[in-house]
Design a protein around this ligand. Structure first.
Ligand SMILES: [Zn+2]
Length: 401
């Protein structure tokens, strides 16, 4: 270990609230919350939010812990912050410091989840504290929706939180997701949607026989080649320049290859990342249509469906505009809108009524050895979140804290 690695206290130029944000993140990193374990992280957050006046609803199922925290200021916008406390695993190998200790090295906080997405949670916690402690008149309702099941199958996490809110008759106007969306600078990119995802396991059922008498066989390998040609040749008419559909074959499998037998069975697996112009049912229809006359030889099993979502600008109380404005106020530039990347929990909260925007720190080290977030980046996203909360929840004539 070098001297720099042992430096646990950052430079003295930081203010006390800024130091608090750093300390929040270090605390969060120290909970070994590998999916689906909360490892005390959600309990700690619930405690912090209770101190701020939130009411808490915590529920667990299949080892997943979920939190719905709510504070009501008065009539006005109903907004949520969505996040996940869980992280992907990390061993000590290759790390400059223990991945579950939150060391500060060269003015960056290192640790699993520093960027994905405990950094976002720490920053939003500080922003929430600033909002609550502000003497200004507040309006609306703020929810904190946190799960410990985002990095896994996401079966018992935000999906159940969204269902529970619906049962309670809660309709969110908007939801900010604290995922790391920035590219080169904090605030340069936000996600106003995500593509959908769908996997398929397709089996070609041919007819085996001697290779010397192919006329008596149906070669499953040859049919699968035609299947792949058709699948990859589909034109996706509903695509948009910012949201393109792509189909990738992920496996071609023929068991027990023998050089004088025509294979009877071939399994082709593929994954489709599709534009928000489609629903998963449309994607299935397009594929069935393309396979047409081959259908009698095929069976398809669909797996891991994730619906897309997309938030466009709206004329009244537009969360997208508010996020863009907060970023401009802090960084001097407007963000790029993107729908790229994998799926996210945003899909569970998005609907015709609820605008969902993902906005967070840079994603260049997420899921990697030595995941980290520069202190300046963390403080910048905290500033953006604070601007945003103040804009949303304080009266128009009292926008300064
Ligand atoms: Zn994440």
């Amino acid at each position: 270990m070098t001297k720099a690695i042992n430096k646990k206290v950052p430079a003295p130029y930081l203010t006390i609230p800024q130091l608090k944000t750093l300390s929040h993140l270090q605390t969060l990193i120290r909970f070994k919350s590998i999916t689906p374990n909360s490892a005390g992280g959600i309990e700690w957050l619930a405690h912090q939010l209770t101190d701020l006046g939130f009411s808490i609803e915590q529920f667990s199922t299949h080892n997943v812990t979920n939190l719905i925290a709510k504070i009501f200021f008065g009539a006005g916008p109903v907004m949520a912050f969505s996040g996940h406390i869980d992280v992907v695993p990390a061993t000590r190998d290759g790390w400059l410091a223990d991945p579950f200790d939150g060391h500060i090295i060269n003015d960056a906080i290192y640790g699993r989840g520093a960027a994905d997405m405990k950094g976002g949670i720490a920053a939003m916690l500080s922003a929430t504290q600033t909002l609550i402690n502000s003497a200004r008149q507040k309006q609306g309702t703020l929810y904190w929706l946190i799960t410990s099941d985002e990095e896994g199958e996401a079966e018992y996490g935000s999906l159940l939180i969204a269902e529970r809110l619906a049962q309670q008759g809660v309709q969110l106007d908007g939801c900010i997701v604290g995922e790391p969306t920035s590219h080169l600078q904090v605030g340069d990119t936000i996600k106003n949607g995500r593509r959908g995802a769908l996997s398929a396991r397709l089996v070609v059922n041919g007819k085996a026989g001697h290779v010397a008498y192919p006329e008596n066989t149906i070669n499953a390998a040859h049919v699968s080649a035609e299947v792949i040609k058709r699948l990859t040749g589909i034109t996706w008419q509903c695509d948009e320049p910012s949201s393109q559909t792509s189909l990738q074959v992920t496996g071609i499998n023929i068991a027990n290859v023998v050089d004088n037998i025509v294979p009877a069975r071939c399994e082709v697996t593929f994954n489709i990342r599709y534009s928000h112009g489609y629903k998963s049912s449309d994607i299935k229809n397009e594929i069935q249509l393309a396979l047409g006359d081959l259908q009698p030889l095929l069976s398809v099993q669909w797996e891991r469906p994730c619906e897309p979502f997309y938030t466009s600008h709206q004329t009244h109380c537009c969360l997208l505009t508010q996020v863009e404005q907060a970023i401009f106020n802090v960084t001097g530039s407007y963000p790029l809108l993107s729908t790229s990347g994998g799926t996210s929990d945003g899909r569970f909260f998005a609907n015709d009524y609820t605008q969902v925007i993902e906005c967070g720190v840079r994603n260049n080290t997420i899921h990697q050895v030595n995941e980290h977030v520069p202190i300046n980046d963390l403080l910048k996203i905290e500033k953006i979140y604070t601007q945003l909360l103040v804009n949303i929840f304080t009266q128009p004539d009292s926008k300064h804290v």
